[in-house]
Ligand binder design. Structure first.
Ligand code: NAP
Length: 235
């Protein structure tokens, strides 16, 4: 059975991708801190608790996951802190960079050998913020632009092996990502993407003729609308 490692699999985009892959016949190894918040039991959906900002926990994953059959890696775990850059706390900036950029680079390093040997797939969930200036999201945009650039470079480096690296850059998606933020999607269903739409894109990409590689996918809702909440004070 082919394995898919999906980070951020306890919620939102990662969870939707995990379900899609399980239904396509993959064994999914979901990596997140806490799976108790999702009702996600399936015999082919294994939960591995890991805080990806903790290097020791991340590195230990290589001993907990059957490397040989690793065919897909989806880097979906991520966090956003937004506001004028000087108002972000130091630990918030560190979390953005460590989780959104460092962790995918380290995980890729740990599982790259079998992914290349299996002519597998890496999906990086970056963001539309990687492709345009992100006002009040400079650190977040930088982390996602770095992830996107990493993926494009890695594809050029490893394409001969058959490895595919796909950057998925969504705009506003209807998930818990906005829970602690001072803005969120509106009620208008035309103003956000659903996480299942992104899982459909992953499935579609996997079903393409293997010699055609989609390297970049940008997803935008039909309408651009956000709802603001009162800004929280940061130190
Ligand atoms: P979400 O529902 O909040 O999911 C975030 C996931 O990341 C959760 O499964 C969370 O699990 C995991 N996570 C957070 N901190 C972690 C840590 N330290 N270690 C391990 N896992 C951690 O948000 P989402 O929208 O699905 O976000 C998925 C990705 O999409 C992120 O990379 C985000 O930047 C990107 N994205 C989102 C949007 C959007 O509008 N929602 C748009 C563009 C890009 P635990 O809390 O259980 O650890």
């Amino acid at each position: 059975m082919k394995n898919a490692i999906v980070t951020g699999a306890s919620s939102g985009i990662g969870l939707a991708c995990a379900y899609k892959l399980v239904n396509m016949g993959y064994k999914v190894i979901g990596v997140s801190r806490d799976f108790s918040k999702c009702n996600c039991d399936h015999h082919n959906f294994v939960h591995v608790a890991c805080d990806l900002t903790k290097k020791e926990q991340l590195v230990a994953l290589q001993h907990k996951i059957d490397k040989q059959n690793t065919y897909i890696l989806i880097n979906a775990a991520g966090v956003g802190h937004f506001g004028p850059h000087e108002t972000l706390r130091i630990d918030q900036i560190e979390e953005i960079i460590t989780l959104n950029l460092t962790a995918p680079l380290l995980l890729t390093k740990l599982f790259l050998k079998p992914l290349k040997e299996n002519s597998g797939y890496i999906f990086n969930i970056s963001s539309i913020s990687a492709q345009q200036p992100a006002i009040f999201g400079a650190a977040y945009g930088a982390s996602k632009a770095g992830l996107q650039h990493f993926g494009h470079s890695l594809f050029k480096e490893a394409r001969k092996s058959g490895l595919k690296v796909i950057n998925i850059a969504p705009d506003i998606t209807n998930t818990a990502f906005f829970d602690g933020l001072d803005f969120k999607p509106t009620e208008d269903p035309q103003s956000f993407i659903e996480p299942e739409d992104i899982a459909d894109i992953v499935a579609h990409t996997l079903n393409l003729r293997p010699n055609t590689v989609v390297t970049n996918i940008t997803l935008e809702p039909q309408k651009f609308k956000l709802e603001k909440r009162p800004r929280k004070k940061s130190q």
